[in-house]
Design a protein around this ligand. Sequence first.
Ligand code: 13P
Ligand code: SF4
Length: 313
Amino acid sequence: MSLSDKIRRLKTEKGVTILAHYYQPLEVQKIADVMGDSLGLAKVAKNEINTPYILFAAVKFMAETASILNQDKVVLSPELRAGCPLSNFINPSVILEYKSQYPKAPLIVYVNTTAQTKAAADVCCTSSNALTIVKNVAKDWKTDNILFGPDKNLAAWVKQESGLNVIPVPPNGNCLVHNQFSIDHVHEARAAHPGAHLLCHPESPIEVLRQADYVGSTSGMIQYVETHDIPAGFILGTEIGLSDHLQDKYPSKKLFPLSSDAVCRNMKKITLEKILLVLESIGTPQESQFEVRVPAEIAEKAVKSIDTMMRYS
Ligand code: 13P
Ligand code: SF4
């Protein structure tokens, strides 16, 4: 029996739902019950899981979000060291520092943050709803000043699109995968694939985003590819897992990564072998070593910033 078949059999036997992000290696994407972007997966984790176990194939903050939203379930991660370096740019003391400087400004944090950071923020957002959240929060709080962290590029894009004074917290937070995209990449890709549409994730630098035909989250890009017939194809300014996903789903569409170096090493730490190990551990003393559990007192506060996000989006 293949590794994938063993995983499929065990997850059914042991009552496990496998959630996976689009940046996962393709073979992991294929054994997932649900694929999604960070917002989509958070919504599924909140409303649609009816198994006692959730196995999260993604970086750790996504598994933490599932634990915040599912305190009654066991959330397992195949690789607890799969962190998101972007999330390390902000923490509760950075939030306190900015809150004391701007006492009347709401503080919005990107979902790529730890549970403690979400607990200390006013509202959470993802790349799919950041603009809507910022506009709605500004209206509700009757202010033009919005503290936004930790991604400076997403902050700059939201500032440009909303016309509000979006202050990046801290000034230099970035995702090393998306922040590497440059105007040179855009010129090279446009020259190599004339007529192709450029789709960019908003964690990319603002000068790159200004060249894009579409800016949006991973699921936004998928929708764009699904609904546009562009014979010259699509250049994808995001992690290469999304190109793998789309090429597998639409073999006849032309898809080109903006840079083949755009690899999130942390997302790629998840393997089929590690997933099988987790499934085999369920019901044994080893199970707890894979568990991601956000303590109840932090989850109670963090869930408020996630619920506020759901309300505003
Ligand atoms: P999405 O919200 O598009 O899934 O992005 C998450 C992420 O980590 C991007 O780097
Ligand atoms: Fe974090 Fe960037 Fe990887 Fe997304 S691509 S999980 S933001 S390091």
